[in-house]
Design a protein around this ligand. Structure first.
Ligand code: ACO
Length: 422
């Protein structure tokens, strides 16, 4: 059997045969048949918009690898900054490379005072931190006159370093503003995760980040660092394809992530669990989901149709966190929901399993984060993945400005009617 596909256009009788490589064939085959023939593929269910060597995902078998390394190994052995280096550079760093990367990130965590005093202070007191984060990442780019030099490798590397280093500072700043708390400066003696928790929660001089909680933060960051062509990353690539600067593109990707079907799901999970209230209400809630009254948030995934490997790691991490913080009271409801859904024909038939968001919200809440911050916590590590995709896109000779075609279904042609005659 040859790895080719033959397509016949029955209107013209023309036939084209093209190779299938890695389960993919080029859409150039269709253009050969008829340059005006397009595939109708809403939500890109059957379209590979790029070739990528960053993240491998096999949804049927629950496999996720960054640059070939299984997510389980990274969650166990790596740190977030080491994983970030891997994603951005293609290989794990040597000890020297890691030391330099950690030093550089640590020494770029400060942001311009105007960002806080003039920009963030201008928000309404109850502004959503994700709305602030999206605006602040775009605004950050205006402080660097080299932000737009995206085809100068040194400049692009510099912007990437700045963004990776500064997104935790921005996130913590937005939170502190929303709480009316004074801003805590980055501390160069702390690791990436520790520094973030310190900037978030430090009140008084005796605050120290618990090592288990810092490690949990790091693991959560590792698990969220990339996930190939999801909605936010696609937004990053589309905006980057117009050669926008990395700050603006990151802001666009973060905007996509803000949606409740994407990064907003972990926030929605905790709200859902709080609304369910007690274990006794679980069966009625599940019946409601089956009747279409609500979605079971944190369940289902476009690609994972077996299990989400990140959910398995997160569940284990949740128990480690609860050892320190005490159990999140919503955990029992989550466990009951999971148990009930996994046995229910409706969810089994549709291959709906817990996704990364089902348990992450419970950990975030136990760590002390308000639900409004959950999507921001997702955006911090995902910034690394977005930037890795931007880098890859900019060096990919096959890529051009994104510009999908449409299937026009509107009125063919008609004359303008003066308003008096309508
Ligand atoms: N609860 C109840 N039913 C669901 C759920 C759910 N969470 N997810 C999917 N279904 C049902 C759909 O209604 C559909 O049923 P039907 O065949 O009777 O019409 C079927 O399962 C297939 O669902 P689709 O919507 O076609 O699946 P799709 O791949 O488009 O959606 C998505 C994936 C958006 C993640 C969806 O499962 C969902 O909305 N889940 C809840 C939100 C969520 O947890 N999002 C986080 C995703 S992970 C992330 O972004 C990091």
């Amino acid at each position: 059997m040859t790895d080719t596909i033959t397509i016949t256009d029955n209107r013209s009788g023309k036939t084209v045969t093209v190779p299938i490589t890695g389960g993919v064939f080029s859409s150039a085959a269709l253009r050969e048949l008829d340059p005006n023939l397009f595939m109708y593929d809403p939500a890109y269910l059957s379209t590979a918009a790029c070739a990528s060597s960053i993240t491998y995902l096999d949804g049927e078998n629950g496999i996720l690898r960054y640059r070939g390394i299984p997510i389980e190994q990274l969650a166990e052995h790596s740190s977030f900054l080491e994983t970030a280096y891997l994603l951005l550079n293609g290989d794990l760093p040597t000890a020297d490379q890691l030391a330099k990367w950690q030093y550089d990130v640590t020494h770029h965590t400060m942001i311009h005072e105007n960002m806080r005093k003039r920009f963030v202070d201008g928000f309404h007191y109850d502004a959503h931190p994700m709305g602030m984060f999206i605006s602040a990442t775009a605004a950050l780019g205006t402080f660097y006159d080299d932000a737009k030099d995206i085809f100068d490798k040194d400049s692009l590397d510099k912007q990437i370093l700045r963004l990776v280093a500064k997104v935790p500072t921005i996130a913590a700043m937005c939170y502190r503003f929303s709480q009316g708390l004074p801003f805590v400066s980055p501390d160069n003696a702390l690791s990436y995760g520790e520094n973030f928790l310190n900037m978030m929660f430090k009140i008084g001089d005796d605050y120290a980040v618990h090592p288990t909680l810092a490690r949990a933060m790091d693991i959560l960051f590792i698990l969220h660092a990339d996930h190939e062509q999801n909605c936010g990353t696609t937004a990053m690539r589309v905006v980057s394809s117009a050669n926008a600067d990395p700050y603006t593109a990151t802001s666009a990707a973060a905007s996509a992530l803000y949606g409740p079907l994407h990064g907003g799901a972990n926030e929605a999970v905790v709200r859902m669990l709080s609304e369910i209230g007690t274990i006794d209400n679980v069966p009625a809630f599940i019946e409601g989901v089956k009747n279409g009254d609500a979605k079971l948030m944190g369940f289902g995934h476009r690609v994972y149709k077996n299990f989400d490997p990140r959910a398995t790691i997160i569940k284990k991490t949740a128990y480690e966190v609860f050892e320190v913080t005490g159990k999140n009271p919503l955990l029992d409801i989550a466990l009951k929901l999971e148990e009930t859904a996994l046995k229910d024909e409706y969810f089994v038939k549709r291959k709906l399993y817990p996704n990364v968001d089902f348990y992450s919200g419970l950990i975030y809440q136990a760590l002390g984060f308000p639900v409004d911050m959950f999507t921001v916590l997702f955006a911090i590590p995902r910034t690394v993945g977005w930037l890795a995709h931007m880098q890859e896109l900019l060096s990919d000779k096959d890529q051009k400005i994104s510009r999908p075609r449409q299937w026009y279904t509107g009125v063919d042609t008609r004359d303008y009617t003066p308003i008096a005659k309508r």
